[in-house]
Design a protein around this ligand. Structure first.
Ligand SMILES: C[S@@+](CC[C@H](N)C(=O)[O-])C[C@H]1O[C@@H](n2cnc3c(N)ncnc32)[C@H](O)[C@@H]1O
Length: 334
C-alpha cells in the first residue's frame, strides 16, 4: 500500500494534513511502529518519503447513512436524523421532522440498510398518558414491535408499542446500580419492564419491589426476571403505586422514582416509605436542580424529616434548556 513514512511524533499532524488535502486513503488503517508511522495515500505528494508497505484494510459498513441518503437530503437534514436514532434491540426508532414526512419511506429503508436491524419505526407522537408510551408508525423491515434489548449484560424484552423504555438511560441505571449496597431493600415505584430492577439485581444481592400501573410492562418484567441470572430477588406488583403501597409490610432503604413528569406528586408517599438513612433516587424534568431539591426538602419537612442531597446529575436533554434530572437524597429524622 502506498504510504507516507514519517517519524512517530509527526504522525498525527501528517494524518490531519493529508486528510485535509484529500490525499489520505481512508480505506486502510494508519500503522505506528517504534520510530515511524505510515499514513496510506491515494496520490503521490512532494516533501514526504513515500514507501510501499502492508496496511490493514478498514472494515467498512457497505454504505454510511449519509451516503445512502445523499441524493435525497441535505447534509444538515441527514445529521438531524442521525442524532434522532434510538436503537432498542432489533428495532430502530426515528424522529422524522414534518418537512421530511414525504421522504419517510426512503429514510426508513436507508435506516434499515445502514443499521442492519430488523425493523424501523417512526415516532408519531410525544410520549404521553399514564403509561408513558408514544404512537409509532411502522416504516421498514418486519412489522414486529417486540424485541430483546441488551444493556450492561442484562436482557430486557419489551414491546415498543405497548410500554415505555429508553436506551438513553443506560448510563444512569449503571450509576444507580453501582451505588447500591448488597442487602438493600429497594422499591422501584414506576418500574416499566424493569430495567432498573434487572440491572441492579443482576449485580447486587438485594430485595426489590417493582411496581407499574401498565399491566403489559409487568408481564414483560416477569419474563425478564426469568431470562436473567439474578443475584437478588424481584417481587412485582401491577397497579397504581398510591394504592399498591397499602399492601407493603416493610419500609425501603432505597426508592427509585423514574416518572420525571409526575414523580413530585408521589414524594410524600416516598418519604413515608423510606427507612431512616434511606436514599430516594428522584427524577424530574427541569431547567435546574433547585426545583427538585426544594420539592424533596418540602416533602421531608412535612414529615419532620430532613434530606441531605448526595448527588445530582443531568441524565439527558429533553428540549433546549430542559433536562431529565436526577437528584439523590438521603432521608433522616430531624
Ligand atoms: C418513564 S416510565 C419509566 C419506566 C422505567 N423505570 C424505565 O426506566 O424504563 C414511567 C412508568 O411509570 C408507570 N406509571 C405511571 N403512573 C404510575 C403510577 N401511579 N403507579 C405505578 N406506575 C405508574 C408507567 O406505566 C411507566 O411504565
Amino acid at each position: 500500500m502506498k504510504s507516507v513514512k514519517v517519524p512517530l511524533n509527526q504522525l498525527n499532524d501528517t494524518r490531519i494534513r493529508l486528510m485535509d488535502m484529500g490525499i489520505m486513503n481512508m480505506e486502510y488503517k494508519i500503522k505506528a511502529e517504534e520510530k515511524f508511522g505510515y499514513v496510506p495515500i491515494n496520490n503521490d505528494i512532494e516533501g514526504y518519503e513515500i514507501v510501499d508497505i502492508d496496511l490493514e484494510p478498514i472494515k467498512q459498513h457497505p454504505k454510511s447513512f449519509a451516503e445512502l441518503l445523499k441524493d435525497e437530503l441535505s447534509e444538515d437534514e441527514i445529521e438531524t436524523l442521525r442524532t434522532s436514532f434510538d436503537t432498542i434491540g432489533e428495532i430502530v426508532i426515528l424522529e422524522i421532522p414534518d418537512n421530511l414526512e414525504d421522504k419517510k419511506q426512503i429514510i426508513g429503508d436507508a435506516a434499515l440498510e445502514f443499521t442492519k436491524r430488523r425493523s424501523v419505526f417512526m415516532k408519531k407522537s410525544a410520549i404521553k398518558g399514564t403509561t408513558r408510551v408514544r404512537d409509532l408508525e411502522f416504516l421498514s423491515g418486519i412489522d414486529d414491535s417486540v424485541t430483546i434489548h441488551k444493556e450492561h449484560g442484562a436482557r430486557l424484552k419489551l414491546d415498543v408499542r405497548e410500554m415505555y423504555f429508553s436506551p438513553r438511560l443506560a448510563t444512569e441505571r449503571k450509576r444507580v446500580m453501582e451505588s447500591v449496597n448488597d442487602g438493600e431493600k429497594i422499591l422501584d415505584m414506576f418500574c416499566g419492564i424493569g430495567p432498573f430492577p434487572i440491572v441492579i439485581a443482576r449485580n447486587k444481592n438485594v430485595d426489590i419491589t417493582a411496581v407499574d400501573i401498565n399491566e403489559s410492562a409487568i408481564r414483560y418484567l416477569k419474563e425478564n426476571i426469568k431470562m436473567n441470572k439474578l443475584k437478588g430477588s424481584i417481587e412485582t406488583y401491577t397497579g397504581d403505586i398510591a394504592v399498591v403501597s397499602n399492601a407493603f409490610k416493610t419500609k425501603f432503604d432505597r426508592i427509585i422514582m423514574n416518572l420525571p413528569g409526575l414523580a413530585y406528586t408521589f414524594l410524600d408517599l416516598a418519604v413515608d416509605l423510606i427507612e431512616e438513612d434511606g436514599i430516594i433516587n428522584y427524577y424530574e424534568f427541569s431547567d435546574s436542580y433547585d426545583q427538585g431539591i426544594k420539592r424533596l426538602k418540602n416533602a421531608c419537612l412535612k414529615k419532620n424529616k430532613k434530606v441531605e442531597i448526595i448527588n445530582t446529575r443531568k441524565v439527558k436533554s429533553t428540549s433546549p434548556g430542559e433536562w431529565h434530572m436526577a437528584i439523590d437524597g438521603k432521608v433522616t429524622s430531624e
